[in-house]
Design a protein around this ligand. Sequence first.
Ligand code: TRP
Length: 456
Amino acid sequence: MTNTARATFGGKFGVLMATLGTAVGLGNIWRFPYMCGAHGGGAFLLVFILCILFLGLPVMITEFFIGRHSQRNVTGAFDVLAPGTRWNLIGYNGVITSFLILGFYTVVSGWTLEYMFQSVFYSFEHKTAVDIKADFSAFSTDIVRPLFWTLMVVLITQIVIMSGVKKGIERSAKVLMPLLFVFLLLLAIRSVTLPNASVGLRYLFEPDFSKIDSAAILSAMGQAFFSLSIGMGCLITFSSYFGKNTNMQETAFQVNIISILVAILAGVIIFPAAFSFGIQPTAGAELVFITLPNVFAQLPWGNLWAFFFYALLAVAAITSVISLHEVVTLYLHEEHHISRKKAAYYVSFAVVILASISSLSLGYLKEYTLFGLTFFDFLDYITAKIMLPLGGMMICIFVGYRIEKRILKAELTNEGTIPFYFFNSYAFFVKYLAPVAIALILLYEIGVFKFLAGLF
Ligand code: TRP
């Protein structure tokens, strides 16, 4: 594999939109409201924002450094930067994490396709909140329908991956990401004008610090990593396609801010609506799917709105699926010399099997649990709350201790042609603050401190 053969994204807007295509997805619109609802609202939002700015931003810049500097896939990157060492285990962690995330992410992406389809053929109009909830449970616990849509998601992904990175990802993201944003804004306006909306807004924006426990902090950190697509090398793979003149600090900053904004917008849509229709914010993974149809039912041409919304959400989801799939495919292609096409087929096949099990675990295989979680929840928990933070910590340690500061700075300033005003603070964060903070949060949740306290 020669590096000259690698595609690059064109232009500043293309780079930003392609990165947003990866980062913005179900994590912001489906997972954020559900996590925020499960952990008490406002205080969670606050901790989430802090995690994005103080952990997410430095980790993202660091991944960009690794990717563009090495121009390689997730494991190869470490072999280039630290030849002959085991640092590439960070890359293997990334490959496995991508695969496990795909195991539940493709299922939820499939749900968005089902809802897109439903908005054409059925009407949400005369349904009550109770019917809408019953419909979702009937659907998600069904055997065939969710599997069918999951298969569609993987098929679409396979096609895009085969047609090449630049054409596939960049072109679709450039048009659809801005459109999704506009749609979210319009829906937010509808939602805050519903009766009782202020209760939902207060829930989202008034922090109740008594709700902040170690589980909430871990969830907020996991959500920050998940939502930014960091901690497993997805952005290493992506930035390996960046051009040498891409301003990576600026890109990272913009992606962080937009990711926060989209999550807040999703919250502004979901919580007022949930309170208005009497849906518990703690409803879990189904929160978005049982809340939004109620909003559409209240809109003139509700089904048309619903169709466009779910279509855009499906695209946002699928662009993220592509980025996860690409990590594993590129690894197989570059490291094991399998053709791109073949590698993509292998990955798709394995993902369909994993996703089928996780989809069935919500209904038919519900009794089979791991650590008290369904397989679906288990995949979500172990990836977002453990593997991503662990990967992010290792990435920081690697760059903090193994890479010369001079090289780091040269890459991040495009060989000194753009300034990096906070370089020293950034380097301090990467070397000390981020690894220590992540380690403390992880250890705390595992209960190490409670255990130690019990000893004395
Ligand atoms: N960030 C995406 C979202 O919010 C999901 C995603 C894509 C992701 N690639 C990732 C999450 C890599 C973690 C790691 O929907």
